[in-house]
Design a protein around this ligand. Sequence first.
Ligand code: NAD
Length: 437
Amino acid sequence: MNQQHTTAVGETPGREPLSFLNPSAPEPWASFIEQIDRVAPHLGNLAGWLETLKHPKRILIVDVPVHRDDGSVAHYEGYRVQHNLSRGPGKGGVRFHPAVTLNEVMALSGWMTIKNAALNLPYGGAKGGIRLDPRTHSRGELQRITRRYTSEIGFIIGPDKDIPAPDVGTNEQTMAWMMDTYSMNIGSTATGVVTGKPISLGGSLGRHEATGRGVFIAAREAGQRSNVPIVGARVVIQGFGNVGGIAARMFHDAGAKVIAVQDHSATIANEAGIDIPAALAHAQAHGGLKDFPGATDISVSDFWSLPSDYLIPAALEGQILPERARTLKTRIVVEGANGPTTPAADDILRERGILVVPDVLANAGGVTVSYFEWVQDFSNFFWSEEEINSRLERIMVGAFEAIWKLAEERQVSLRTATFIIACQRVLAAREQRGLYP
Ligand code: NAD
């Protein structure tokens, strides 16, 4: 696998040939721009500021040279994009994945701007990533890569500048290394520089489950308004990591039947409902769902055409394209992943009467509890898990209600309604601050 592929600065970064995603998917940044354009007619005079959101404030590309275990030196390309800082410091995850490109990180940073503003969190939007496959690297190599990357982006991150968090391929341990490296470089312990840390280092109770919990809350709210009860519902989930795995457990515990799950290693189904705790234990022990005994393997095309009540894409972007949108047999799509549905596919789902709860609302539980973690780190006063979960519930339900109401008033999709609320907040801040100098 070529880890050293580079994208020349100034070129439009292309999707990697090694990407297993559908190569006909539009570039994620193009999808983001189209989503922004769709909001313009709803913004009144603020639309005059919309160009702001088409221009990331700051893009940093870094070389990450690291000794591999065999003594060779490998170079990895890393990114940190601060899309918009009008409402506060940057906030967004760090992705380790072989298909990471600048284009993808730009789009993910833009979605963070929208998500943070839609939930009214006092943050701008940012995102980072390194193009590598963490599964083919040892723990020692990952630690060296993480530390060098953190040092390289160190001058633009900080508790009041930009606060990274976990995303695909990164976890609490990655955040611990980032926090330690940043702290060593500045000479004092700065717990608030990242969120999603281990509890012992200033992490928050409930953070690990927060994104999956938020996906479940969003699904429940959508189901209540669309007459699709959770109890007995047929649920299909793509991605069985932090987001998909926790969401699966919450649906399972609430009495739904998770009938099919897909991860990077297998696509499995069981019409009677998969035993999710057993599947989670298997994935934990074996690094994926492959060979899980409690279900049968099905083809990818069968997976996408299974009749279901809820479909939860919780892996990567570019999964629901027009072709799949025409044939999906589900009632509600709840986007756990960022950017799983392209704008053209969105339109088809809407025409077909399939409700889509967009990523920028559905998966916002993670950044919401990251915000709680950051506040706790600043105040050095830590909350109980009940307090965190009840505050998360209140914020998610409040945002859902406001977005649902606006979507009905303006007769637009939930995605457009979320973008309207978010863009109004970001662009009003932009206008009030004025341009420097
Ligand atoms: P993760 O690394 O914990 O899990 C990713 C899952 O996707 C794994 O089960 C993996 O096997 C699966 N996967 C990877 N490639 C796949 C493929 N081609 N087909 C099917 N499955 C595949 O990552 P995560 O944190 O769960 O993130 C998943 C999505 O949720 C991403 O889009 C991420 O940006 C988004 N998200 C994550 C958080 C968070 O707090 N972790 C917050 C908001 C949004």
